[in-house]
Design a protein. Structure first.
Length: 179
């Protein structure tokens, strides 16, 4: 009986451990970041157990106001193989603009997080900060694998951020956008 209870406990706790705590991913400040009225999170979502070697990187910006009522937008970049962080988040629609010559971050007056919660995803594995501990994963890419990995990412991300499960949800991007 004790053995069965232990297995049940492991089965119930493992998904929580695999997803981690969102507070561990909370960004409390960046070099040159001005004061903000919203939270942002950056980190990895492990795709285990089937794809346990893969971890996809994300950067999530809550909306600047009415977070609970604003839609959630998943942003994907094109290529395939272009970074959603380096392009979408840092140069186009993220709340901060990164300047190529250095210096402080500045607010992007056209940031989408004025109206929505924005989730930037580095996909497929091998793009940006997303990685795999198994080099054969980098040889087995394509639309089907990227779609499957992105679905597992979203399932696990929503375990980390369950408060956004009921928000309107949109997927968008530029160029190929992982499609």
């Amino acid at each position: 009986m004790e053995k069965n209870a232990l297995w049940l406990l492991c089965i119930l706790v493992l998904p929580v451990i695999a997803c981690g705590n969102k507070e561990d991913d909370l960004v409390t400040g960046l070099p040159g970041q001005p004061p903000v009225n919203f939270r942002h999170y950056s980190g990895y979502v492990n795709l285990g157990p089937r794809q346990k070697q893969k971890s996809l990187f994300y950067w999530f910006f809550e909306a600047q106001q009415n977070t609970a009522r604003r839609p959630l937008v998943l942003w994907l970049n094109g290529g395939p193989g272009c970074s959603a962080i380096a392009t979408g988040a840092a140069q186009e629609l993220g709340p901060f603009l990164v300047h190529t010559k250095g210096g402080n971050l500045t607010f992007n007056e056209f940031s989408w997080n004025k109206e929505a919660n924005i989730l930037f995803l580095e996909a497929p594995v091998g793009v940006g900060f997303s990685y795999s501990n198994n080099s054969t994963d980098l040889q087995n890419l394509g639309d089907q694998v990227t779609a499957e990995d992105s679905l597992v990412f979203l399932i696990n991300w929503f375990k980390k951020f369950p408060e956004f499960r009921s928000n309107e949800f949109y997927i968008t991007g530029e160029s190929y956008a992982g499609l």
